[in-house]
Design a protein around this ligand. Sequence first.
Ligand code: ATP
Length: 358
Amino acid sequence: MAYLTLKNINKIYPNGFHAVHDFNLEAERGEFIVFVGPSGCGKSTTLRMIAGLEDISKGEFLIDGEVANQWGPRQREVAMVFQSYALYPNMTVYDNLAFGLSLQGVDEDVIDERVQKTARILGLTDYLDRMPRALSGGQRQRVAVGRSIIRKVGIFLMDEPLSNLDAKQRVTMRSEITQIHRETGATTIYVTHDQTEAMTMADRIVIMKDGYIQQVGTPRDVYFNPRNMFVAGFIGEPPMNFIRRKVENGCITVAGQGLDLGKKLGDRIKEYEGREIVFGFRPEAITLEKPENAYTLEGMVELTEMLGDNANVYMDMNGEKCILKVSPFEIPEMDSRISFSIPVESVYLFDGETERVI
Ligand code: ATP
């Protein structure tokens, strides 16, 4: 049985705003789940309902098979890390870590043992006597994480814990949190708007938009099998290219170049004759060669961006823009005319109206 079950969970705020609609999820014990989506999509609201900090308006929340809607945060055995570290400024790192356990009346010896262990895991051993103001942002965030993992809880909730850190610290903390998760084995729900964090940390990702779940799946699933255009565009950097066209005689035309979809992808577009579809391909899925079984397009190179291990190429095809990702050894000249190919198996097609994958 799943450890956490959310059944048709809804949140309607007192002002009438319906922030979360029929949220369904089952999380296994020890799973690392990431909620991701743009600002305002309902990630934090859902997390706060799991934490017991926000009432559930409708639906059922179960922990280990027991309905927990009315349980307080303590009974749910959750620990939560917020974006703001919220450390006690007048206490040393040691006391910040120990405080929660002291309140619970845990023995001094046990507290000391756990503080030392937590500090070791998080690389804070040398900082235990310092005040929070004498720490860097990354170190403060580690103390905040430490404060929650020091208590032995079943559910670990994190709301954008890395957003106050710089890019380098974020990468370091990302792998540290993954490592801590492995060591503690706590069921973790992690909220972020950053798709890279979601892809690198999650066992499964829940992608949300406007209060609705768009897709739940492993990082591989949501990348290779997006259910709709929103997911396809949200996961992946640079985002997937979309070309919206009407299907005519099984073909779409891009800047005067016909792509015969009927021939290779006929089954998928049978019902779309005369209707609009969206032709999608990832920037990294293209090749500058001309393999068999691929669609070839031509356009002008507007701009190139050398990133080191790869390069982005911004293309213009008579006003239709797209981005290609190429190796740093094959960056084309700016203002040159090039052709590129999209292997048939890398083409995504979406219904122009519903935006669902075809
Ligand atoms: P962000 O990434 O910006 O934190 P989020 O996905 O976590 O966004 P929520 O904080 O869950 O989004 O908010 C979801 C929606 O609910 C937003 O439109 C927000 O304005 C609204 N909302 C949040 N709290 C309240 C409240 N107390 N009363 C009314 N509406 C609220």
